[in-house]
Ligand binder design. Structure first.
Ligand SMILES: N[C@@H](CCC(=O)N[C@@H](CS)C(=O)NCC(=O)O)C(=O)O
Length: 333
């Protein structure tokens, strides 16, 4: 199947008008009503001891991520929190999403694709399913044994990373990290669901809207959600969103909030306020995670984040000039 995609080898990384094979542009996500709708992920298996095919094993699975992408970023954080760096190798796509989607450039910390030397992420999708006809998204949780995608939905990947590899983790402290403890599950589910619709995906609905009405409707929801998050942190008194334990909800919110001032404020027009000036509790929570927790600090790459959004989304920023500010991208504690 890969042979049919030989023409994709011709990289057009700097083409401004990125065309998809379907005729639309790869950066055109909005429907006719101007509303952005995120597709439902296609590969939904879990790794577990009970699974007939995908059992936990060291080195058997590889993770493909973009450092720019908030969904992929979740998986990088959880991988580090659980001490799975050696068990689960990571490959990082180029920061620019060009005409053929994510590629495997090797500059600025992007690693290339060592398993099959694929030029593009889409090659992996077609290797897993020659008839695949949806978007080629990161993260991808890949099984080296069966040469296929186990899962491409970040919320599910972080869920099975939380427990299913525990027997293979040697660092006792990291093995005990539990981001989805039984007594907090209903709270976590409730907030995950709310913040997914309003904030994690809300910033995209604001930024990718193609009518003023759709933009205004969605940007207001984003700021209502930030107000709610601020109140929640005030109530629980932190240092984490649900109190004194770090949970999935923190991981999922962090990857959106760390991008907020540097990118979403100007690029997605989420500029009713900023985290640093208008949300003191969120600002403290964010800086605490970034500066005091290596799993957050070490997985955050402001260059990939800023370059990716501002130079890939040419429908929003046709001249692809990346704004310099805010400086610094995150303030000290
Ligand atoms: N629901 C997915 C969403 C993943 C997603 O949308 N990733 C974006 C990057 S931020 C992507 O790879 N987009 C490529 C495309 O849509 O062509 C998840 O959470 O894993």
């Amino acid at each position: 199947m890969l042979r049919n995609y030989g023409n994709l080898l011709k990289r057009q990384k700097h083409s401004i008008f990125a065309k998809m094979s379907s005729g639309g542009t790869i950066t055109n996500w909005a429907g006719q009503d101007g509303e952005f709708r995120r597709q439902v992920s296609s590969f939904r298996e879990s790794v577990s001891k009970e699974h007939p095919v995908f059992q936990p094993e060291i080195g058997r699975y590889h993770l493909y991520v973009s450092l720019a992408c908030p969904w992929a970023h979740r998986t990088l954080i959880v991988r580090k929190l659980k001490g799975l760096e050696e068990a689960l190798p990571v490959h990082i796509v180029g920061w620019l999403m060009g005409p053929n989607g994510w590629d495997f450039e090797t500059d600025h910390g992007s690693t290339g694709e060592p398993l099959y030397k694929s030029p593009f992420l889409r090659n992996l999708y077609f290797r897993a399913d020659p008839n695949y006809n949806a978007r080629f998204t990161v993260p991808v949780f890949w099984d080296v044994k069966h040469h296929t995608i186990v899962n491409n939905e970040s919320s599910e990947i972080i869920r099975f990373l939380n427990y299913e590899f525990n027997d293979l983790i040697t660092d006792q402290k990291k093995k005990e990290v539990d981001l989805y403890p039984k007594d907090l599950r209903s709270e976590i589910d409730k907030w995950n669901d709310y913040f997914y619709n309003t904030l994690n995906n809300g910033v995209y609905k604001s930024g990718f809207a193609t009518t003023a009405e759709a933009y205004e409707r969605n940007v207001k929801v984003v700021f209502e959600a930030l107000d709610k998050m601020e109140d929640l942190l005030k109530q629980t008194r932190g240092p984490y969103v649900l109190g004194d334990r770090l949970t999935e909800t923190d991981v999922r919110l962090y990857t959106t909030i760390i991008r907020f001032d540097p990118v979403y404020v100007q690029h997605f027009k989420c500029n009713i306020g900023t985290i640093r000036h208008d949300y003191p509790h969120i600002h403290t929570w964010l800086r605490n995670l970034y500066w005091r927790h290596p799993a957050f600090f070490e997985t955050t790459d402001f260059d990939h984040i800023k370059w990716h959004y501002t130079r890939s989304h040419t429908q929003i920023n046709p001249l692809r000039i990346t704004p310099l500010g805010p400086l610094p991208p995150i303030e000290p504690l």
